[in-house]
Design a binder for this molecule. Structure first.
Ligand code: NAD
Length: 264
């Protein structure tokens, strides 16, 4: 459906747009004609110029800092004075049981993953009202759909993010502002995944274990790509999804469905 989506008159803000899923979303929205501004705290070398070549503006923006998020949204809305699309893709992982995670870890994870979405929504909604509507999308995780033993703090943050998504969707539906989430399974070509695999004692075994937990990923012999997540986001922000709000779209190869078939 991607080719048929025309976003030429739309302005978009994307947090976490320097890398992985956020960058793929920014690039796809720009390909479809949107005027895209991304915000991030850490741009890998060369990324700013690649984004600039695609017409995407890259700002320094820490999503936990209210003035920086407001500046991102204002910049995205410059010119036409309206914002149509806001994506919260900035996120941090937090692997480890609660006994090994400090209060500071908890605060950091909840601040980036949840408060960042709250600040983005709060900044974006007034501009969307002026535009007569808009679409917010939060990048959650299958960790928000079911608890995971290995990262309870992260799972809590993504569960809370889904609660925020539903509340924002309900609260602003009357203003034609939609709010949805996607819940990815294992996505390769992302810094978050690379860091997780780099920390594993056996990288290949870690990849096998990740694939085994997602039956469709295992059947395909690979992880999900950032572009595949971006295509779903494109649908959610498009007019084709006009009546879709409050949805948590799992893109996880069946990971959140239940216990996979036994192979013995
Ligand atoms: P990524 O690390 O490539 O991208 C995350 C981006 O967020 C980075 O560019 C990082 O600099 C940025 N960021 C971190 N803290 C920030 C802050 N305070 N302010 C602004 N930007 C900040 O990883 P990704 O996989 O593309 O992650 C994107 C989202 O997808 C995250 O919310 C993550 O939780 C979610 N997710 C990822 C996977 C996966 O397997 N990679 C699976 C499910 C969900």
């Amino acid at each position: 459906m991607g080719d048929s989506v025309d976003l030429r008159d739309r302005a978009a803000a994307v947090t976490g747009g320097a890398s992985g899923i956020g960058r793929a979303i920014a690039e796809l929205l720009a390909e479809r004609g949107a005027r895209v501004t991304v915000g991030d705290i850490d741009y890998p070398e060369g990324v700013r110029s690649v984004l600039a070549a695609r017409g995407i503006e890259a700002l320094d923006c820490d999503v936990t800092r209210e003035p920086q998020v407001e500046a991102l949204v204002e910049h995205a809305a410059r010119g036409t004075g309206q914002l149509d699309i806001a994506i919260h893709s900035a996120g941090v992982g937090m692997v480890g049981p609660i006994t090994e995670r400090s209060g500071a870890d908890w605060d950091h994870c909840l601040d980036v993953n949840v408060k960042g979405a709250y600040l983005l929504s709060r900044a974006a909604v007034p501009w969307m009202r002026r535009a007569g509507g808009g679409a917010l999308v939060f990048i959650a995780s299958n960790a928000g759909l079911l608890p995971r033993a290995h990262d309870p703090v992260y799972s809590t943050s993504k569960g809370a993010l889904l609660a925020l998504m539903r509340s924002v969707g309900l609260c602003h539906a009357g203003e034609r502002i939609r709010c949805n989430a996607v819940c990815p399974g294992p996505v390769g070509q992302t810094r978050m995944m690379d860091e997780q695999l780099d920390a594993a004692p056996d990288r290949d075994a870690a990849v096998r274990a990740l694939l085994a937990a997602s039956p469709f990923a295992e059947a395909c012999g690979r992880m999900i790509t950032p572009r595949e997540i971006a295509e779903a986001v494109l649908y959610l922000v498009s007019d084709a999804a006009l009546f879709v709000t409050g949805t948590a779209l799992a893109i996880d190869g069946g990971k959140s469905l239940g216990v996979p078939a036994r192979r013995v």
